[in-house]
Design a binder for this molecule. Structure first.
Ligand SMILES: Cc1cc2nc3c(=O)[nH]c(=O)nc-3n(C[C@H](O)[C@H](O)[C@H](O)COP(=O)(O)OP(=O)(O)OC[C@H]3O[C@@H](n4cnc5c(N)ncnc54)[C@H](O)[C@@H]3O)c2cc1C
Length: 409
């Protein structure tokens, strides 16, 4: 695989440039219809772009400052699940508005008692005519407060039960049905949930950066149309596993904060030319740069497999495990370099004295100034990297079992 981008006269470059000339100020819909939002998706939503083509498209869009619409959970990992398991009607209805960022999506999987052990989900969806009636609660649902739709993992039958679902009374008289580890993956189903349906309450949670990006979501007899089921009833675990596999790839992309935020090169740009950097700090920067290149190449390999229609293997967990730890260590390094200045936020009168706001960022395409808050928020958020999308320990369990062939946990 060639990791250097082709020259200016490359045919794909020329094609992208010609499109940009015709669409100098593209709308989100223009980008979606051209297949530029997620180029490796199949047509008509993407361009089935191999890794190199994707990099060229990224490069050309970045050069002219074209940014893609915002919908990270939708385009990152829910869209591919709908492409794989959804019906034609579902693909027609949901994918283009998702690509254009017109309808934001969230993922309603985790519950207070079901995180790493996702099969312990207790939110119930009972069949009632043309609907499923959902009761229960979810937690840590990123963007639920701004989403039009969510994908919901709910239990439509309980292990050992001939009923489609158990009532609360039946549930308490049968003991804990989740003790039967072998069968509890069965009976989960995967739905598209319109977030404005009656009976849904969303409550934001403030994290230690001071931002409110994730939520608790409560379901009180929420009616979801039967047509919103993705895949077969009771087969939600298989569909959810596809979502989780895509999530782990997406969360491992270039920006240090799950693909967003600054990159190692932003930090290097920021400190380049300072002759006061100590030797240990130079070594840490060099190690960070090398790690970033290794991750980049491994990500390209995964994308290449996806485009070739091959199943993703344990390298997804390897990249997730490595990039989360990498993101955290670079944020630690940034704050260490800043010294006392690392305690400042944008707008703080002392900020200018430590020079934080003079760095140039590459993160968002057009060069932009990185402020102190990019690094401080990143530093405060970075412990979450090794939890969301599957914790570091869970990734290592997957690598141990699926790559190294060690006994199951
Ligand atoms: C920033 C952020 C955003 C998130 N967004 C979403 C979202 O949009 N939608 C959603 O559904 N969820 C979301 N989550 C939730 C996330 O998926 C869960 O937090 C994660 O799966 C861990 O579950 P838990 O918090 O219940 O921890 P637990 O599963 O209770 O784990 C607690 C600790 O025990 C360890 N542990 C658990 N089981 C094992 C094992 N078998 N072997 C070794 N160690 C183990 C874990 O590694 C962890 O250290 C988000 C989380 C974060 C941090």
């Amino acid at each position: 695989m060639d990791f250097f981008l082709p020259d200016e006269d490359d045919a794909i470059r020329q094609e992208v440039r010609a499109w940009i000339r015709e669409h100098p100020n593209p709308t989100a819909r223009d980008l979606a219809y051209a297949g530029f939002v997620v180029p490796h998706w199949p047509q008509p939503w993407g361009r089935e772009a191999d890794p190199l083509t994707q990099l060229i498209i990224d490069d050309e869009l970045r050069k002219v400052g074209i940014r893609r619409p915002f919908n990270p959970i939708g385009t990152g990992w829910l869209g591919p699940t709908i492409i794989k398991y959804g019906t034609e009607e579902q693909r027609d209805r949901y994918l283009f508005p998702m690509l254009a960022g017109e309808e934001i999506w969230c993922q309603l999987f985790s519950e207070p008692g079901a995180g790493s052990d996702l099969a312990a989900v207790t939110t119930r969806a009972e069949h009632a005519g043309e609907y499923y009636v959902v009761s229960g609660s979810k937690i840590w649902t990123t963007f639920a407060h701004m989403s039009k739709f969510g994908v919901l993992l709910a239990r439509t039958s309980f292990p050992g039960s001939s009923h489609e679902t158990l009532s609360h009374d039946e549930l308490s008289s049968t003991g804990n049905p989740y003790d039967d580890v072998t069968s509890r993956h069965a009976g989960l189903s995967y739905f598209i949930c319109p977030m404005d349906t009656d009976g849904i309450t969303v409550r934001t949670i403030r994290d230690m950066t001071g931002h409110e990006s994730f939520n608790e979501v409560f379901f009180d007899e929420v009616k979801i149309p039967q047509a919103n089921l993705i895949g077969n009833i009771g087969d939600g675990w298989r569909v959810a596993k596809a979502t989780l596999g895509n999530e782990r790839v997406s969360l491992s992309s270039e920006g240090l904060m799950w693909g967003a935020g600054p990159t190692v090169m932003d930090l290097i740009d920021l400190v380049a030319g300072r002759d006061t950097l100590s030797t240990p700090v130079r070594h840490r920067l060099t190690r960070a740069y090398i790690n970033e290149q290794v991750l980049r190449i491994t990500r390209l390999r995964i994308t290449g497999k996806a485009v070739a229609g091959q199943e993703k293997g344990p390298e997804v967990s390897i990249v997730k495990a490595l990039s989360d730890a990498h993101g955290k260590s670079v944020m630690d390094l940034a704050v260490d370099i800043a010294g006392a200045g690392g305690m400042l936020r944008d707008g703080d009168p002392l900020c200018g004295l430590v020079g934080w706001e003079h760095g140039h960022g590459r993160t968002w395409g057009k060069k932009r100034t990185l402020g102190a808050s990019d690094w401080i928020s990143g530093f405060l958020f970075s412990p979450a990297l090794t939890i969301g999308g599957g914790t570091a320990e869970i990734q290592r369990n997957i690598i141990a079992e699926n790559a190294l062939g060690l006994p199951r946990d």
